[in-house]
Design a protein around this ligand. Structure first.
Ligand code: GLY
Length: 286
């Protein structure tokens, strides 16, 4: 039995050789955080949120506390969480002074009648979330980046023992981006997508990922009969042919079959499957 399972990536990109083991270490730890929740009977959403929170809080990946800064030297973060069962999602974009935008995205999905908030308005919803006790504030004030990542967006797909699927993406976007620029990560279908059958989460140059609606395309390949690994490779081939750009993708179905592909230099990735916690890690280096 391959359930429960979690597949996690730490971002596709031009990783410096010496940073690849660091990326792999933190992706591995994030996968363990999520899988431990699943093993205790926790939901796919709880596991996906906790796994992504870990990556946002670790300071080593391009999301949350460790994210790259924009041209004004400010962290502007984007994130999305998707509940595949209900085809529901919550997104935040260009939000500042929030260490775990993934929790804010979940709050938006579960506790508001809206799906997507940006900028100052998203921060107001965050303050409301803390006030309501939905999540505790992990850290307030200016966020410190402990290493400058050369990588892109992180993300995961979790499938619980009941076969429910949740997917996430979280990012600081592109280094030195113009203030207010928003990439693919919080855009449903581009940065990630999930149904009750299958989910995908993408990483790479957002302007190009949005052009081909990458995550939705890869899920559609699986929905129409493709094996997840073949679907991931087909998605990357289509992406490269149409845009000439670099990206990566993870995909998993509700039985715990998974796939991944990247045309970037590296994409740290860990998969943990089943009650025996069978683990596979790779840097997906070219
Ligand atoms: N994939 C992240 C971004 O382009 O913002």
């Amino acid at each position: 039995m391959q359930l429960p399972m979690i597949i996690v990536h730490g971002g596709a990109g031009k990783w410096k050789d010496e940073k690849i083991p660091i990326g792999m270490e933190y992706v591995d730890k994030a996968a363990e955080v999520g899988h431990a929740i699943l093993m205790k009977g926790g939901s796919a959403l709880d596991a996906a949120e906790a796994c992504t929170m870990f990556m946002e809080s670790c300071g080593k990946l391009n999301c949350g506390k460790g994210a790259v800064r924009n041209e004004d030297d400010v962290l502007e973060l984007d994130a999305m969480i998707i509940d595949g069962n209900n085809l529901d999602f919550g997104s935040v974009a260009a939000v500042k002074d929030v260490q775990n935008p993934i929790s804010l995205a979940r709050y938006i999905m579960e506790e508001t009648k809206y799906k997507f908030f940006a900028g100052q308005s998203a921060k107001k919803i965050y303050d409301e979330m803390i006030e309501s006790g939905y999540r505790k504030e992990v850290k307030s004030g200016a966020l410190e980046s402990s290493i400058a990542p050369d990588s892109d967006t992180v993300g995961c797909i979790a499938i619980d023992t009941k076969g429910n699927i949740a997917a996430t993406s979280s990012t600081g976007g592109i280094k030195k981006k113009k203030a207010g620029r928003i990439g693919d990560s919080p855009v449903m279908g581009s940065g990630a997508y999930a149904t009750d059958q299958c989910a995908a989460s993408a990483t790479g140059w957002g302007e190009h990922i949005m052009r081909v609606v990458l995550s939705r395309m890869v899920v559609q390949y699986v929905e129409t009969g493709e094996d997840p690994m073949k679907a991931a490779h087909r998605g990357m081939k289509m992406f490269e042919e149409k845009t000439g750009s670099e990206a990566g993708i993870i995909v998993a179905d509700n039985k715990g079959n998974f796939g991944y592909a990247s045309n970037a230099k590296a994409m740290p990735l860990t998969v943990i499957q089943g009650m025996s916690a069978k683990k596979m890690s790779t840097s997906c280096q070219k």
